[in-house]
Ligand binder design. Structure first.
Ligand code: FAD
Ligand code: NAP
Length: 332
């Protein structure tokens, strides 16, 4: 246990604030001692989906639970158990090397396995929920590990039970993924098929799709090692089709994607760009010049200033389009 530890190396925004106490978790046998009542606990994975707005009171538990094993297999599937401190991208690479399909479109998403179910990570037409069999989580109050089935996780768009009734009540220790030995490829995102074509790939494989996704991501997204960021700051809003049709009168080029009967998803990046924020820079804070969904730290930004900027963006999108953006990044 260390005291007054700077979290700057532990969050991809690169915000420099201290944790009152800091410890690394290498084994679940450490958990009972960390379960004492009255302590505020913060579970830290890769720090790629949090904004630190001030010194963190209590104890920050840096998840280092490691290991990937084959749980079982049959002729169609292999079930992989990954400990929650494994890097998500390493699990994707493990699956690809084994020729297993289901998570190749999720290559290069930063962060840990344990955080993946929390916001049901998604990209390029795939969500992790479609491969999750079970999630093991330590319950702080009950002091035991409980296994949650996929249904019990209540997954939604960037959402799960761990953001609601189980918020701050668990530490996810391991996830079991059911991956296919006969992958069905999802190249419906135009950018993937374009990239496969430019790579000269005519017969997709899980490896080729992952490489296409990695190329696209590297070309479009700022690398947190160079410019501090936490990926998309906002979720893409879903609005009633009737509202979308009304907006079309004044914004005929507004993009949209059907979500369910009567509901459409509108890209938040487009709304923010239309409000003039793309490329905005003030002091150390800004909105990325190539991707308006990404708020950035150009140096020594304070988390509160990034939070305030996000509020100004929410207000201007609401004023112009009547759409309320929801933040995806969590705040500590
Ligand atoms: P952290 O930021 O460390 O934690 C996030 C939250 O989860 C915190 O509240 C934390 O307390 C909690 N938590 C973490 N681990 C555990 C655990 N084991 N048990 C209980 N609670 C836990 N997301 C997408 O969905 N799709 C993308 O394509 C995508 N692209 C990104 C690109 C970039 C460049 C960046 C910086 C981020 C991107 N993200 C994306 C967001 C982020 O990578 C994911 O949300 C990721 O799952 C966060 O993992 P983490 O380990 O860094 O979580
Ligand atoms: P993009 O391809 O420019 O598209 C903009 C938005 O439109 C996306 O966010 C996506 O919504 C939606 N979209 C595009 N094509 C679609 C289709 N065929 N069907 C349904 N929806 C479609 O997006 P981008 O910013 O470069 O990101 C590419 C992918 O990586 C997206 O899936 C995005 O979510 C993911 N990503 C996520 C983060 C994060 O931090 N959460 C960061 C970077 C990238 P969806 O977001 O719902 O897919």
């Amino acid at each position: 246990m260390q005291q007054n530890v700077s979290l700057k190396p532990y969050n991809t925004f690169g915000i420099d604030v201290d944790a009152e106490y800091f410890t690394a978790l290498h084994n679940i046998s450490q958990l009972p001692a960390l379960s004492a009542a009255g302590i505020t606990r913060h579970v830290l994975g890769g720090g790629s989906n949090i904004l630190l707005t001030g010194p963190v009171k209590g104890i920050v538990i840096h998840n280092q639970l490691k290991g990937i094993t084959v749980e079982k297999e049959d002729i169609d599937y292999m079930w992989l158990r990954a400990q929650s401190g494994e890097l998500w991208h390493d699990v994707v690479m493990y699956a690809i090397e084994a020729g297993l399909g289901g998570i190749e479109n999720l290559a290069l998403i930063p962060g840990t396995v344990g955080a993946a179910p929390i916001q049901n990570i998604g990209a390029y037409g795939v969500e992790v929920k479609d491969t999750i069999e079970t999630v093991d989580a330590w319950l702080w109050d009950e002091q035991k590990v409980q296994t949650f089935t996929n249904t019990e996780c209540c997954f939604g768009y960037r959402d799960s039970v761990f953001k609601h009734s189980l918020k701050d009540k668990t530490l996810i220790t391991a996830v079991v993924f059911k991956l296919s030995k006969h992958p069905v490829y999802n190249t419906s995102y135009g950018a993937i098929s374009d990239e496969l074509a430019s790579l000269g790939v005519t017969e997709p494989t899980v490896k080729a799709i992952a490489h296409a996704v990695m190329n696209i991501r590297r070309s479009k997204l700022p690398d947190p090692k160079v410019i501090g960021n936490a990926g998309s700051f906002f979720k893409n809003p879903t609005i009633p089709t009737t509202q979308y049709e009304t907006l079309l009168v004044h914004h005929p080029d507004m993009p949209h994607y059907a979500v369910s009967p009567g509901q459409v998803k509108v890209p938040a990046g487009w709304l923010i760009e239309r409000c003039g924020w793309k490329g905005y820079k003030k002091g150390f804070i800004g909105v990325h010049a190539r991707q308006a969904l990404v708020l950035v730290n150009y140096g020594n930004a304070r988390g509160v200033d990034i939070w305030q900027l996000s509020g100004e963006i929410v207000a201007s999108v609401h004023e112009r389009f009547g759409i309320e953006l929801e933040r995806e990044v969590g705040v500590w």
